[in-house]
Ligand binder design. Structure first.
Ligand SMILES: Cc1cc2nc3c(=O)[nH]c(=O)nc-3n(C[C@H](O)[C@H](O)[C@H](O)COP(=O)(O)OP(=O)(O)OC[C@H]3O[C@@H](n4cnc5c(N)ncnc54)[C@H](O)[C@@H]3O)c2cc1C
Ligand code: FES
Ligand code: FES
Length: 1499
């Protein structure tokens, strides 16, 4: 609580209230001037803006503008993006910038105009802005939660007259977890007038291609369409062209909108607002329950210094300067720092905001925004070579510093004063020899006193700087370097290129002098971030270089010095010690290579005209430059200065058709309704039906629902330890906080007659942990605190005093820990065998693979493989609103969940309410991906208990860090295997596989058993192993219970299999492509669980056909050769390619879950309302169901509507999961439609074929025909269910496949193949995906646009899982995190999902033609999960590239375990060159280091 704020029972009182009068006398105004969406916020409302309130909270809670979303509260996702416009006093132009409203203080918007997504356009009156329209038309939204932020980002770029390159450069601050970004790229670039490049699958612009006429893979959409009506093909460029004649024709008009909306009052010099704006501002919070503090906005440097002086400087209890709030905001939100007074210097203080080139310096105002510095550094770079050498490195570093939204507000002073050890600009400035100018109030003169300090001396110790509390950093002076023979380079490596904090960052500068026929190093400055608790200068290394000759030898010696100088112990805070040391020396080497290259160019320039460099002394002849092997040239590559890619893609799909699937076999046939308006609904690429609402921010999510009167805000009371006993919970301190209404726990639940047990399969979870029990996980729910404000609820929850007893000991965190401790869920144990047990048994005693295998040999391998966990990172966190009614006997739960019925049942049982009195309503989710199948339920139950006890509505929305900490992830898996293959004349044939899987289930069973089952079902990949044993066991650890996630164990199973295939390929010395193709299932063969892959059982087996097609069309073998050729010529950049198939079984493996219901009402106006048991999370389920119903009734799709999913409309539903929902709800909806259509028969006969549905419905109503029907579908018994323990019946026919007596777990398989090509930087571990090509069999698509969206989105999510997404726990490998068991990756700052820049540069998707599926509605196939695994192809391509690097560096090509994910750390370290070896030897000792060193990871 703020120290200057007293607590009363009613409110937090602020002592500055008494100072207001005095400040008013000094000329301060006390109410901010705020404009939002063209209107001035009335003073009465603006006066409620609190100093500690974010702009987002003000917009959503005060103005009820809920279009802008809260995704993370830490500036890492962009869901909250709004546009801020202000008049630039210098240029008199309006400046538009995008900002993160979740970090920006509302009072920082004083005098600005804020545009939210609601101000951009609206569905009302069909008033969509072109940016919104393009996003809808190009399928740029799925769940829609990220969409408003993305719309505003793009809108802001156009407000600044963006071109295509600008857009590609600046969409770095928004994340989308659903779409895979490609359609968003298309939508944004379609509105640029410089977009006309057409690139086909080959990557060349078709329309410019000389071989266009001969090319067989012509991808010019329009041409293609006219050639054949069998396929539709659209490329990114053609989509962009689509708008040429519409929006682009009046581009100037709509691009003016932001300027036209800018309030006149802020432009007119005579306006009251403008004259008010000249005054300083003081705002004192007087609201209840918020502890808002005081805000000052001084307008002169003197006022600012006087404030610092009056309040005793920037001590924690005094005041705090805040500019962008991107650090202070994080400290207050996540570290709970309290700053009672915030001082926000006005941009009228020129010395703080300027950017000047003066004398031999660039002078940068400390509060100047980073984007202004970036822009101006770019501008001045064109003025002279010296300025370019000085400013361009800063510009390049800033390009990758945070995101556009952050850079638009954050300042350099903030970066310096924060003194983060991983700051990007601090090493840069230190290497440039920059100095800070510090200003303070001069008590003697009452003026300004100044002193100067070098950046390299500014950082005293961890987050401590040489700045007195009463000082402000006024500006930073950067000396300009020499125009020749002086070089500066920035370096940065992070987990993700865009918007990520560095692992290691560096600035390096060197000045050379030509002396005695040599280039001598005259001056060196090498600064690192990420290598110590502060930014450091590598002093010894600098000394080693300075005075030495500029040569490879000098740098080799310097590198040895460096590695000693920056040596890190293995368990260093932040981890990654070996990687960090390797990066530091790799950067140094890259620096050397770059300087050689630039020196060569300088020498040429000098020789051409020495007089141009009169200030530079060259003694004697110009020396020659050191030579560098041509192969090393790629070592100079640095993504910081690379052009950002311009991703594009082509989508092919069969021309729309209405195919018949299983409906006519299962449902009663009816006389088809005539299709009105000619068009069929099924097969069309209609946009997501909520698209327009998503794009205008008018789609309501749970947290947007207007709150009923007296709603309480809630926060969970969570344990911060595990393994110890919960001794007591004392809620008294929390109850003393103003606004806190109650803290409820087990006692309260029991007083309601509720049951405390939960869990989807085993009831092994508790809602609230009882006193006396052992805490099972960090973040276990102990209670719930409810209060009048969210701040009070959160403070209350944190203030509850929890006492733990006993010793935790070494709790099991990882699978290895659990195996060692024998902690597992016995119920999950599986053992499936097919083939000859003796052959499998023999694997364990088989000799190691021969060095040179020959025909007849059986090659046996053994090894381990690990795949990591994955956070769902749905953009909308879990959210619930529980509303009691009927004197607390009823509950309505509005919730974001995939499982309304489960939520209903558990809310009923935990509150002692019969299920009939609990209604659960779910409108839409901002993403789920499996994470809201079971893990959302406990939050609803906690809110329900609180609502019933307090008799008031309760809203509980989990903050991102809490959501990530406690709701579980995809399961990490470890695998041990033995496998064999026989070398035959016809190639290598798989012989046997014995594989044991373990997954990390966490502290409760949740769905871990079924996840393991599905992994075992997919352990064969697409390959036939004649002899096979697959075992699985779920491990019990202290992690949060892990759960469903797209693929549900399938991807982990396939990944293990593909690892074995790769291993066998290396051991047998054959190409993995040949091994894969040669052992792929053939039609008629059965899987290890007995399902035959043919037209009757698993569905037509298409994988070989798709594989062959992709291989031929792309010329994969030629691409492999080209990559090998590239690799032979380049030492430091390597390319890799991979071709990977997938098959994914469709159906719930639990038989009872394969059922679904729908309720259909036909209204007398001819429109249809469908309610069904499935939930909409962005996957387009409702759109497809509407298409099915529209087709049945012969009406346009927009005459059908699906409202929210509600347990009082369709009861006893199963969670929306397993990709199976269209199959089920399409069928149950069709069942209901057909029942109604059958009843309409007599009326149709009477009215004749021309009657409209409206006429028919009306007439039927008059004849008292029921126009509503409940439809139901269940998958037939013979196509679902599997009994693992069933033995072969005695009379079971021998000619049927092994294990087929256990059941038929899947209805059919969705199948696909993917090709990827990547490039890795072996010095840094950076990778980029050059291209991805996918063919996938989705049957006859009901909606190809949605299906392609699912493919692309799943691919990118799968790519994230397999590459950059790494979940980290406090375990043996991460001892610097405390306490053991705690999750470290709890937000976008530490956990990186793919961003815009990670998309494959060429991304082509084809839906297979002629691929009907008789087993599902309209012959379609399920699509949500199957393509996920194809994203892992990027990982295999990376592995291929790493293998090439290892081969070159180690001189041999041996198997290595490349753990998943392929993080930059693993890529770099496994490339195993001299530098990584040097670093690991230094860290671990020579004997422990080696080419296979990699960090353990949290599995
Ligand atoms: C999502 C996200 C991504 C980020 N990515 C990066 C990144 O890639 N690289 C990186 O280096 N950093 C990164 N940061 C950190 C942060 O953005 C920078 O440190 C930024 O420069 C801080 O500036 P600010 O204006 O927001 O500071 P504020 O939060 O406003 O202030 C930070 C501190 O500086 C003090 N301060 C500010 N100005 C002055 C002044 N003129 N005189 C004296 N004290 C002053 C404040 O009192 C406070 O202590 C990131 C932060 C976020 C939230
Ligand atoms: S909510 Fe603001 S960036 Fe995520
Ligand atoms: S549509 Fe982007 S997160 Fe769902």
């Amino acid at each position: 609580m703020p120290p200057n704020q007293k607590t009363t029972l009613l409110a937090f009182e602020n002592e500055d209230v008494e100072r207001v009068g005095a400040y008013q006398k000094k000329g301060y105004r006390t109410t901010p001037i705020l404009f939002v969406n063209g209107e001035r916020v009335p003073d009465g409302v603006a006066a409620n803006a609190r100093p500690n309130q974010t702009l987002l909270s003000f917009l959503r809670d005060e103005l009820l503008l809920t279009g802008s979303k809260l995704g993370c509260a830490e500036g890492g996702c962009g869901a909250c993006t709004v546009m801020l416009s202000k008049l630039d006093m210098e240029t008199k132009k309006i400046k538009h910038i995008s900002v993160n409203a979740c970090l920006m203080p509302v009072l920082a918007a004083d005098g600005c105009h804020v545009t939210t997504v609601e101000g951009v356009g609206s569905v009302k009156g069909d008033n969509l802005h072109p940016v919104q329209k393009a996003m809808v038309d190009m399928h740029g939204s799925q769940c829609g939660f990220c969409t408003p932020g993305i719309i505003v980002s793009i809108y802001t770029l156009f407000a600044n007259n963006a071109n295509k390159e600008h857009i590609e450069e600046h969409l770095d601050g928004n994340l989308c977890r659903c779409t895979g970004y490609r359609p968003i790229w298309d939508a944004a670039r379609s509105l640029c007038d410089d977009t006309d490049t057409v690139r086909g699958p080959c990557g060349i612009a078709c329309r410019d291609c000389p071989e266009r006429e001969e090319c067989e893979q012509d991808c010019n959409v329009e041409d293609k369409k006219t050639e054949t009506d069998k396929m539709v093909c659209s490329s990114s460029a053609d989509k962009m062209k689509q708008y040429k004649d519409t929006f682009l024709s009046d581009r100037e008009t709509w691009m003016q909108q932001p300027t036209l909306m800018f309030p006149k009052a802020l432009q007119d010099e005579q306006s009251t607002e403008r004259s008010m704006m000249t005054k300083p501002l003081m705002v004192v919070d007087r609201t209840d329950f918020h502890a808002g503090g005081t805000w000052f906005k001084p307008t002169t440097l003197e006022e600012l210094l006087a404030l610092l002086n009056e309040f005793g400087g920037t001590g924690t209890s005094a005041c705090k300067i805040v500019v962008g709030n991107t650090e202070v905001g994080i400290e207050t939100r996540f570290k709970h720092a309290v700053y009672p007074r915030l001082i926000h210097p006005s941009d009228k203080i020129q010395s703080l905001y300027g950017f000047e080139v003066a004398d031999a310096n660039i002078q940068i105002g400390s509060c100047c925004s980073l984007s202004t510095i970036q822009e101006k550094s770019g501008d001045v770079s064109s003025q002279s070579t010296a300025l370019k050498r000085t400013a361009l490195p800063m510009h390049d570093m800033l390009r990758w510093f945070a995101s556009t939204q952050i850079r638009n507000v954050a300042c350099l002073g903030g970066n310096l004063v924060t003194a983060s050890p991983i700051s990007d600009m601090n090493p840069m400035l230190a290497s440039l020899g920059a100095k800070l100018v510090l200003a303070s109030f001069d008590k003697d003169t009452s003026g300004v006193s100044r002193r100067s300090v070098a950046v390299s001396d500014f950082f005293l110790k961890y987050r401590t700087v040489d700045l007195k509390p009463t000082e402000v950093v006024e500006c930073i002076d950067v000396p300009v370097v020499q125009p020749i023979f002086e070089y500066v380079k920035p370096f940065k490596q992070a987990r993700r290129r865009e918007d990520d904090i560095s692992i290691v960052t560096a600035g390096m500068r060197i000045r050379l002098a030509a002396k005695g026929g040599k280039f001598m190093i005259e001056e060196t400055a090498i600064a690192f971030g990420g290598m110590a608790p502060t930014t450091i200068m590598a002093v010894k290394t600098m000394e080693a270089l300075t005075g030495a000759e500029f040569s490879a030898e000098s740098f080799t010696k310097a590198s040895e010095t460096l590695i000693t100088e920056i040596k890190l112990p293995e368990g260093v805070p932040g981890g990654q010690a070996g990687f960090r040391m390797t990066l530091a020396s790799s950067f140094l080497y890259k620096f050397y290579l770059s300087v050689v290259e630039e020196l060569k160019a300088d020498c040429a320039k000098y020789q051409a005209d020495p007089s141009a460099f009169s200030g530079v002394t060259v003694e004697g002849d110009l020396p020659s430059c050191p030579e560098v092997d041509e192969k090393e040239h790629t070592g100079t590559q640095n993504f910081l200065s690379d052009k950002k890619p311009s991703p594009s893609g082509t989508q092919f799909y069969p021309a729309p058709k209405v195919a018949t699937g299983c409906e006519d076999q299962i449902l009663p046939k009816v006389k088809p309704m005539a299709q009105k308006d000619g068009a069929s609904a099924v097969g069309k690429d209609s946009a997501h039906m909520s698209g327009p609402l998503h794009c205008t921010g008018e789609a309501l999510y749970t947290d947007d629902i207007p709150l009923p009167p007296k709603t309480l805000q809630a926060a969970l009371v969570l344990s911060n330890e595990c393994g110890r006993v919960l001794e007591s919970i004392d809620v008294t301190p929390a109850l003393g906080i103003p606004g806190v209404v109650g803290v409820y726990s087990l006692e309260d639940l029991l007083s309601l007659g509720g049951k405390n047990e939960m869990g989807p399969i085993l009831k092994d979870e508790l809602l609230f942990l009882p006193i006396g029990e052992k805490v099972r996980t960090v973040g276990q729910c102990l209670g719930i605190c409810v209060a009048e404000s969210l701040e009070a609820a959160e403070l209350g929850a944190r203030t509850v005093k929890v006492v733990y007893g006993g010793d935790a000991g070494k709790v099991a965190v990882t699978i290895a820990d659990a195996v060692e401790a024998g902690q597992c869920f016995e119920i999950s144990r599986r053992d499936l065998v097919r083939g000859d047990p003796a052959v499998i048994e023999a694997l364990s005693s088989a000799p190691e693979a021969p060095a040179e295998p020959k025909v007849g040999d059986v090659v046996t391998v053994s090894g381990t493989f690990r795949s990591g966990a994955q956070e769902h990172f749905y953009l909308e966190t879990n959210s619930t609103l529980a509303v009691p009614s009927e004197s607390n006997t009823n509950l309505t739960i509005y919730v974001s969940t995939q499982a309304p019925t489960k939520t209903q049942n558990f809310c009923a049982s935990t509150t002692g309410t019969p299920a009939m009195k609990v209604v659960v309503r779910m409108k839409r989710m901002g993403g789920g991906f499996g994470g809201k199948e079971t893990r959302s339920v406990f939050a609803s139950c906690a809110a329900a208990v609180a609502a019933k006890i307090s008799s008031r509505p309760v809203r509980l929305t989990l903050s991102r860090d809490v959501d990530m900490s406690i709701t579980g992830t995809r399961h990490a898996f470890t695998t041990e295997y033995r496998a064999s293959a026989k070398i035959t004349e016809d190639g290598v044939k798989l012989e046997a596989l014995d594989i044991q899987l373990h997954n990390n289930g966490g502290m409760a069973f949740d769905l871990s058993g079924p996840v393991m089952d599905r992994a075992l079902f997919h352990i064969d990949g697409c390959y036939y192993f004649p002899n096979m044993r697959a075992r699985g066991l779920v491990c019990k650890t202290v992690q949060a219970p892990h759960t469903a996630f797209r693929g549900f164990g399938g991807p982990q199973g396939i990944a293990a299999c593909e690892h074995v295939i790769d291993h066998l390929g290396v051991a047998c010395k054959v190409s993995a492509d040949d091994l894969r193709r040669g052992n792929m299932y053939q039609t008629g063969q059965a899987t290890h669980f007995g399902m035959i892959l043919d037209d009757v059982h698993g569905g037509t087996w298409q994988v070989p056909r798709m594989w062959d097609r992709l291989e031929t069309e792309l010329g994969v073998s030629k691409m492999r050769e080209a990559a090998a050729e590239f690799n032979a010529k380049n030492k430091w950049i390597k390319r890799g390619v991979a071709l990977i198939p997938t098959k994914f079984g469709i159906a719930f493996t639990a038989k009872y879950m394969n059922q679904g219901g729908s309720l259909v009402h036909l209204y007398t106006d001819g429109t249809v309302l469908v309610s069904h048991g499935g939930t909409e999370m962005g996957q387009g389920l409702h759109t497809k169901v509407c298409q099915v119903a529209a087709q049945a009734f012969g009406i346009p799709v927009d005459h059908v509507y699906v409202n929210d999913t509600s347990t009082d409309k369709v009861a006893n539903t199963i969670p929306t999961a397993a990709s199976h929902s269209t199959d089920m709800y399409g069928m149950s909806t069709l069942d209901a439609c057909r029942q109604i259509i059958a009843r309409l028969d007599p009326v149709r006969a009477k009215l004749g074929p021309d009657a409209s549905l409206k006429e028919i419905a009306n007439a039927a109503f008059m004849e008292r025909i029921d126009l509503s029907a409940h439809g139901f579908f269940r998958l037939i018994d013979s196509r679902c269910g599997f009994d693992w323990d069933k033995d072969k019946p005695e009379d079971y026919p021998d000619d049927l496949p092994a294990n087929s007596w256990k059941g038929h777990p899947f209805n059919y398989f969705t199948q696909g193949v993917c090709f990827c090509e990547v490039e890795i930087d072996t010095l840094t571990g950076n990778h980029k995906t050059l291209r991805s090509d996918i063919i996938i069999d989705v049957g006859s698509s009901i909606n190809p646009a949605i299906d392609i969206g699912q493919v692309e989105g799943a691919f990118v999510q799968g790519m994230g899982w397999a590459t950059i997404e790494e979940v980290v726990y406090a375990d043996d490998d991460h001892t610097w995190i405390r306490p053991r068991g705690k999750l470290f990756t709890t937000g976008p700052g530490t956990y990186k999902i793919p961003a815009f820049n990670d998309v494959p540069e060429i991304f082509n998707v084809s839906l297979l033609e002629n691929a009907d599926n008789p087993f599902a509605v309209h012959s379609s196939k399920a699509i949500g999960e199957p393509p996920f695994y194809l994203g892992a192809t990027v990982y295999y391509a990376i592995k291929d590239a790493v293998r090439a690097a290892r081969k070159e560096n180690l001189g041999y090509d041996k198997y290595f375990e490349f753990r998943m994910p392929a993080t930059s750390e693993r890529i770099r370290m496994l490339c195993a060159d001299e530098l990584s070896n040097q670093a690991t030897s230094k860290m671990l000792g020579q004997e422990n280091a080696g080419p296979d060193y990699q960090t353990q990871g949290s599995y």
